[in-house]
Design a binder for this molecule. Structure first.
Ligand code: MFU
Ligand code: CA
Length: 199
């Protein structure tokens, strides 16, 4: 026995059902959108920072100090000559007191050596080299090894077994000699003018 359904009635029923389904779907979609919105972790725009204005390269501090001084155009290093003689340890302290990049002078090139020789005139002066830690192994005051060799003839001779510091001799075009680092009871040698270098 077939149940009889009125065609008009069944059509209306179907429409009502569909509109409900669509409404529910729409609601579900909206809910999802709101949920997404509420939990989204998109960071707010970072505050804009203006580009810094164009500037010239910072100029190095002026080369002052010592009795005479000179800047190496090749490296920008500042050399300061102190004419008052003193023992190596004291000279070193004077240089270090000038700042964290200032040491007794180290010499890496022939041109640097020539510049220092000119700076000191006909005097003799301590450079920063010493082999006090290991006899025969000279280190610069800034911790680097002495690589350039500009020793005078027959030097270094560690005369009397008591010469652990390096002097540069202006009257010999900047040749080097090892000398005592401080005067002793038996020798007045060991106090010299000196050269500080700021890099
Ligand atoms: C040389 C040098 C010494 C010292 C002496 C007077 O030794 O090596 O460092 O200057 O002359 C003979
Ligand atoms: Ca010597």
């Amino acid at each position: 026995m077939n149940r009889h359904i009125e065609p008009v009635e069944s059509l209306c029923y179907c429409r009502r059902m569909w509109s409900r389904v669509l409404a529910l779907l729409a609601l579900g979609g909206c809910a999802q959108i709101f949920e997404l919105d509420a939990t989204s972790k998109i960071a707010p725009d970072a505050p804009r920072v203006d580009a810094p204005p164009m500037q010239d390269a910072p100029s190095p501090p002026p080369c002052t100090g010592g009795d005479t001084r000179s800047v190496d155009p090749a490296t920008g290093a500042c050399y300061m000559f102190y004419a008052t003689p003193m023992p190596y340890a004291q000279a070193r302290s004077v240089c270090h007191a000038l700042g964290p990049t200032t040491f007794l002078a180290s010499v890496q090139s022939v041109s640097e050596n020539a510049l220092i020789a000119t700076l000191i005139g006909a005097k003799e002066a301590f450079l920063g080299g010493t082999d006090a830690a290991v006899e025969g192994t000279f280190l610069w005051d800034n911790g680097t090894p002495v690589q350039l060799s500009n020793w005078n003839t027959a030097e270094p001779n560690d005369a009397g077994g008591a010469e652990d510091c390096i002097e540069i001799i202006g009257s010999l075009s900047g040749k080097w000699n090892d000398v005592p680092c401080a005067p002793t009871a038996t020798s007045t040698l060991g106090s010299f003018p000196f050269v500080c270098e700021r890099d």
